[in-house]
Design a protein around this ligand. Sequence first.
Ligand code: NCD
Length: 359
Amino acid sequence: MHTRDLIDLAELKPSELQDILRFTGFIAQNPQYYRGNAEHKIMATLFYEPSTRTQMSFQAAMLRLGGRLIGFDDPDNSSVAKGESLKDTVRVISNYADVLVIRSPLEGAALAASLYSRCPVINAGDGGHLHPTQTLTDLATLDNAVGRLDHLTVGLCGDNLNGRTVHSLVKTLSRYAGNHFVMISTPELALPGYLLDEITRGGSTYARAETLEEAIPALDVLYMTRIQKERFASVDEYERLKDVFVLDRAKLKHAKSALRILHPLPRVNEIAVDVDDDPRATYFAQTEYGLYARMALLQRVLEHTDRAVPTAPADTHKARCTNERCVTSKEHYLPRLFKETDAGLVCRYCEQLSMNNGQ
Ligand code: NCD
């Protein structure tokens, strides 16, 4: 990998993405072959948000490679509870570890961490923004189950607004030729505009569907997601939207026999339990690929052994990001990093258009 960190899969060249997926496939065939490859290496997990699969699959991946683990999954038990900044936590823990895996409720937190870390940083989910290692998992699963990542009709059903797994998946699948997305969500939970632009810029296409029944016959892949309760300001709003789309056996009657149903999990109500026994249900097999994909990724990032303290970049603009979920809204020392687009200044941490271009 030419980049030290994995913050967003968009930073990888197509050949690097292909290499990780191919490597994941090799490991899936023969996981024990790689068991000494991270011997004497230490992975630190900094989990500021709940996680089961992502944290455990990272831990299992590192242990299977012969490495060791440190970290926290309850920030209340770390110095964060004493008011320590992300910068200081990262600067310190990166003295002890060879790779940091970070999950945070703040958008752009992994990028922020990478500015101060002496070792590679992997984004294990930054708020409602991105979740690149889930996408590696999803792509490895599809590679195995369908045999291709292009010319697919992919239904995205559930919380397309707040679902970081959906965002990373859309960004990455749009890089492959001929993919078509069908958005199945309520208007309130529609995919952010910048990602719709990403789809068309990459030459892919999209359509919207009001119901699962209407969308399902054309799909090769159905990617279901949970409504992301923790991102809602109002419980009533969550209650109103939570069970609008539920996949059950009856709805699958008109689906292709080769359909693949994916879900990053955890599931709440959006897939009825009776779907689990349908041969098209791929979400439990998907979790196994999460292990192999992370074994592949860890080996690639651990090839970077330079431990220099990075020099944080200078402000690119004077503007402030106006997204209150952005890491810059809490960690005020962070350099102000923006890119200029036709629509205005876009924050590099959270990718939101800044509403305040003021000096
Ligand atoms: C997802 C996440 O954390 O974004 N879970 C996961 O990592 N497998 C999906 C979710 O929480 O709904």
